[in-house]
Write a protein that binds this ligand. Structure first.
Ligand SMILES: [Zn+2]
Length: 293
């Protein structure tokens, strides 16, 4: 029975999310955006329920869940592996409505959305996702590769590939989700306040031993200053001062460059909380590389 799968409703949901991502980027606020739901058959259908993990909409004909959610408060509840995300049943009986909806998603092989909280009130929707396996009280959720047909579950190698990519992206998003709020969503160098243009830059590269994704190893930087920092065109010393490279300072080429140079010697914007400020040892280590460049 085609409508038992709610294929049309699911496609409308994915299209609505596509549109929101085009407008806001890959992280979406709940308030005022996701909480408005999407339109289907002349009514508004909620995307998910921010109060609980497993969601099946009243407008659905079929039994399977439309959405799963992990909040930013418990980011590691979902155990991530190369195969996908292990998602736990709701506490209580197997016959609870939520747990039935989760089991039906496995039985019916329907696409759904997995909303991952990346900071309080903000979610990254991952879709289409599939429930592909089950252990005692948890199921395995895997994404499709970008651009794959939304109504057909992908084969295992594609699922593994997509899982790897999504995990990397979520790792970045979660790092962003702790670093940017510490800087009140400002670029530490130029104070630009536009979330969509801000990144969480690593002071020490995450491949190195001291490169953990923790706030003291991060800096909130706009795209330009992030690129310039990574290319050693700007450096930040252990006393939190910005240095512009000799190469740039000696160059005379247009107003943008002049703008970059004006931050030479200026202090960076610091998090108010001391424990969240950039670690001076890491800054010193990184600044050495800048000085040699
Ligand atoms: Zn900037």
């Amino acid at each position: 029975m085609p409508d038992e799968r709610d294929d049309e409703l699911r496609m409308q949901c994915f299209l609505a999310l596509d549109a929101l991502r085009a407008q806001f980027g890959s992280e979406l606020p709940y308030k005022g955006v996701l909480d408005r739901g999407f339109e289907y058959g002349g009514q508004r259908v909620p995307f998910f329920n921010a109060m609980k993990g497993i969601f099946r909409a009243v407008a659905q004909r079929g039994p399977a869940a439309l959405a799963l959610m992990t909040s930013a408060k418990s980011p590691y509840d979902d155990e991530q592996t190369d195969e996908g995300f292990w998602y736990a049943f709701r506490d209580g009986a197997e016959e609870l409505a939520d747990n039935r909806a989760l089991r039906a998603a496995l039985a019916d092989q329907v696409p759904l959305v997995y909303y991952v909280g990346v900071r309080p009130g903000w979610y990254e929707p991952i879709y289409p996702c599939w429930v592909v396996d089950r252990e005692l009280r948890r199921v395995l959720v895997t994404p499709s590769p970008a651009g794959a047909a939304a109504l057909v579950p992908p084969a295992e190698p594609e699922r593994r590939y997509a899982t790897r990519q999504v995990r990397q992206r979520l790792h970045q998003s979660r790092f962003r989700g702790v670093v940017l709020p510490a800087y009140r969503d400002l670029c530490a160098v130029c104070r630009l306040k536009e979330r969509r243009l801000l990144d969480a830059a690593h002071i020490i590269d995450d491949r190195a031993e001291r490169g953990q994704p923790v706030v003291p190893n991060g800096l909130s930087l706009c795209s330009i200053h992030h690129r310039a920092f990574d290319a050693d065109l700007i450096g930040i010393d252990a006393d939190y001062s910005v240095h512009v490279s000799r190469r740039l300072l000696d160059d005379e080429d247009g107003p943008m460059l002049e703008l970059l140079k004006t931050f030479h010697g200026a202090p960076i914007q610091l998090p108010r909380t001391h424990a969240k400020r950039p670690d001076r040892d890491r800054l010193a280590e990184r600044f050495e590389r800048f000085s040699r460049a």
